[in-house]
Write a protein of this length. Structure first.
Lengths: 300, 494
């Protein structure tokens, strides 16, 4: 449930940023990399809509046939929440249900098709924030809260690796080009990291400092290392409720992923090197997710 | 349904219903309509809105108002000693400028700004321009904005006006004139940025479809220039934006720019001078400040040198500046170059310093301390605009054809008492641009304020600016404090 919610939030921000970018460019904006990551279209299907912002938004947000769409994410999250209603608060359930109803409102589709898409995206983002606030204010700091947060940070870390990879793909993994910077600036926008970046870097935009923030800055809530350290933090709280062998296995995987990232010798000036690190990190995160499913949720 | 049909560039262009009642006045340049109908630069935009119903346009207008309100894009107006936050009225129809026209504007502003900077350097050093008889000594020394304290102060890179907002108007003949050079603390750039983000919301997809150039880079250009002004020995300079505080009418702009550049927003009380260096008070102790982008007027900058009752400035900052320990943007004393009486000499400055002919025209200006000018102006007062030389914001101004006899007499009396403080200009028929007001398109007068940034690497101007609009029918005053609004400015790509 938490992973679906985080995925929804992350995806909304990616879509908003890309949409704003599409409106600020003289050249036709290509959504191909977003479609590749958040859709299941064939290359020919992709070609028909990749320059059409509204069509892409409709497919990624409301396409029921798209497994990765927002509407499917929210539906699954709600289904999961229904199954664990005894572990979550009534307020949280109400909020999630309202979210589910909101994305089904005809006005959302209508706004995306012919109105101002940012209005629809902002309404959904606002609801996402409301849900996080509700969780924070109403949930007791017990087992369910820890599971929720582990899921949330695993998913956030995966999203960051995905969107970083999208932006690196857009520039063919070349970071030595001036044209890289607009792409990376939009990466920061997607991760709500632009203002933090300006404050810490004194406005000097260089690809390596941007990637350093996205990968390693532990005070930036959308850096991968921040997420890793929070996965570890919340997971350790589960020790008392865990089978020792399961806990030890997961603890090892989380520690390994954290260290693989923190002590990596990645060349931040080289796109290919960063690409490889992102792949390794994504693989580590999937391993953690799979192990969680196996040891804690009984999926084999 | 009645459709007006006209021919433009040999193509059939139907004028949509929304423009049927649009009647620009004769003898005024209209940005949208020429003698042959819709101008080519507006064609794409007009086509884009022709299918929009009245209800949809109303919806867009409402959305704009709502967005300005929810995003807190406001300015403060003072009345009865009370500050009231108001939305800067925004008109949803953009003003369009062709790439060719922009190219002239850009080159003209760069030329003008270069000359004005040399003038400032000259006037505060050797004063060749006075010695060579180009500008009268009296004119400079009688200017209240001339700061003797700036004599022989060496400013970084000899740049005085790092940020300039040059006001341009278009007369009936279609050519642009410079109305004012704002070289002190020009405001409005945040509205330029916000107006663009509003248009993205109100008319989705129109920006890329119309090939409109981006203005998003402004804060990056500004920050780069500010950092470039820091002492070369400092690898990690601290730049701050000095604001007069939350009650200043442009406070929204101060916060926006500070946020967009990632620099600290400080008030005078946050800074302290010690041993001729400026420091910012932080929770970790004092932190040296290298560059100050100040939005505080000269008079208030340092109570030890200028107005002793100022609590907005920083005691001792003048000497820190004079010693070169801190860079201040814009430099102090710039007012002498945008004094309305000195303005008349800018074309001569361009010829004198650059040996070039001015690209942008000046509005003919009559200094009223010259008796012949005074008599001529008094005889033709209904055809003149009379302005105080050191006022701005639409204050201290009399528009002859709108003024009553009583107002004219009051002005005459004031002019005779202090003629140096007034100039007169013929009334310029500001061009009109379409505005969506009361459910229909109506022509309203506009001006244009592009923002030029002068840094160590030269002058850069983002393609756009603030188009201010006089929303009252028949009004020529575009200032926000006097019932003006603004609209997005589209500079088309080539």
């Amino acid at each position: 449930m938490a992973r679906y919610m985080e995925r929804t939030n992350g995806l909304l921000r990616v879509l908003r940023t890309n949409y704003v970018a599409s409106q600020d460019e003289i050249k036709q904006y290509n959504w191909r990399s977003v479609l590749q990551t958040y859709g299941y279209l064939s290359p020919s299907e992709m070609e028909t809509i990749q320059y059409n912002s509204r069509a892409v938004l409709e497919y990624v947000m409301l396409g029921k046939e798209n497994e990765a769409s927002l509407i499917n994410n929210i539906t699954r999250s709600r289904e999961n929440a229904r199954a664990v209603q005894d572990h979550i608060t009534k307020e949280m359930w109400h909020n999630l249900n309202a979210y589910y109803l909101l994305i089904r409102e005809p006005s959302i589709r209508q706004t995306i098709q012919s109105g101002d898409p940012i209005t629809a995206l902002d309404a959904l983002i606002r609801h996402s924030l409301l849900l996080y606030g509700t969780i924070d204010i109403t949930m007791s700091r017990g087992e369910a809260y820890s599971f929720l947060n582990v899921g949330r940070f695993v998913e956030r870390a995966i999203i960051i690796t995905d969107v970083s990879d999208i932006k690196l793909k857009e520039v063919n993994y070349r970071l030595d080009d001036e044209l890289t910077l607009p792409s990376l600036r939009y990466l920061l926008y997607s991760l709500s990291g632009y203002e933090v970046y300006l404050k810490t870097s004194r406005g000097i935009m260089t690809p390596d400092t941007i990637m350093k923030q996205v990968l390693y800055d532990e005070s930036f809530v959308h850096s991968i290392l921040y997420c890793m350290s929070h996965i570890s933090r919340y997971f350790k709280r589960l020790e008392g409720q865990s089978i020792p062998e399961s806990f030890a296995h997961l603890d090892f995987l989380i520690g390994k992923a954290y260290n693989n990232l923190k002590y990596s010798t990645c060349d931040l000036k080289g796109g290919v090197s960063i690409g490889a690190l992102l792949n390794q990190t994504r693989s580590d995160l999937y391993n953690i997710a799979i192990a969680f499913n196996k040891h804690y949720f009984g999926y084999n | 349904m009645y459709w007006v049909i006209c021919y433009i560039n040999y193509e059939l262009m139907t004028i949509p219903k929304i423009l049927e009642s649009y009647n620009p006045q004769e003898d005024i340049w209209d940005e949208l309509m020429g003698d042959d109908g819709v101008r080519p630069i507006y064609e794409q935009f007009v086509r884009s809105i022709e299918g929009i119903s009245h209800e949809e346009m109303e919806g867009k207008d409402d959305l704009a108002k709502k967005l300005f309100m929810t995003q807190g894009i406001t300015f403060t107006v003072y009345s009865d000693r009370e500050g009231v936050e108001k939305i800067f009225p925004f008109d949803i129809i953009p003003r369009v400028i062709s790439s060719e026209e922009w190219s002239v504007i850009e080159t003209g502003i760069k030329q003008r700004l270069k000359a004005l900077n040399i003038f400032l350097k000259d006037i505060y050093h050797q004063q060749f321009i006075i010695k060579d008889g180009i500008i009268p000594l009296k004119l400079i020394y009688s200017c209240p904005l001339f700061l003797r304290e700036m004599m022989y102060v060496d400013v970084p890179f000899d740049i005085y006006s790092h940020i300039a907002g040059i006001d341009l108007v278009r007369d009936a003949d279609g050519s642009f004139y410079v109305l004012e050079d704002n070289l002190r603390t020009p405001s409005g750039v945040s509205y330029m940025l916000e107006n663009r983000s509003m248009t993205v919301r109100i008319f989705p997809d129109l920006i890329p479809k119309n090939n409109v150039r981006s203005v998003i880079e402004y804060p990056s250009f500004l920050l780069k220039n500010l950092l470039g002004l820091a002492n070369r020995q400092t690898s990690n300079p601290t730049v701050v934006l000095l604001t007069p505080g939350v009650y200043n009418s442009a406070y929204f702009e101060h916060t926006t720019l500070a946020r967009l550049m990632g620099i600290e927003l400080v008030e005078g009380r946050d800074l302290v001078v010690e041993n001729h260096h400026v420091y910012m008070k932080t929770t970790a102790g004092l932190k040296k400040v290298d560059v100050i982008y100040r939005r505080v007027d000269d008079d208030f900058m340092d109570p030890l040198v200028f107005r002793p009752d100022s609590i907005l400035g920083v005691p001792g900052i003048y000497w820190a500046y004079r010693k070169g320990n801190v860079a201040i943007v814009n430099a102090m004393g710039n007012g002498v170059a945008d004094d309305k009486a000195v303005y008349a000499y800018v074309p001569e400055m361009i010829r004198y310093y650059l040996n070039e002919e001015p690209i942008l025209k000046n509005v003919p200006t009559y200094a009223l301390d010259v008796p012949e000018n005074r008599s001529m102006v008094f005889a033709n007062m209904d055809k003149m605009v009379i302005k105080k030389t050191n006022e701005s914001g639409g204050y201290g101004m009399l528009i002859g054809n709108k003024a009553s006899e009583e107002e004219m007499e009051t002005y005459k009396k004031a002019i005779l008492e202090d003629p140096r403080s007034f100039i007169a200009q013929p009334i310029i028929n500001l061009s009109t641009s379409p505005c969506y007001i009361d459910g229909k398109m109506q022509p309203r007068r506009v001006d244009l304020r592009p923002f030029a940034l002068y840094g160590p690497d030269g002058i850069s101007i983002v393609p756009g600016g603030l188009t201010r609009v006089a929303l009252k029918e028949g009004s020529l005053v575009v200032n926000s404090s006097q019932g003006g609004g603004s609209k997005d400015t589209w500079v088309l790509g080539s």
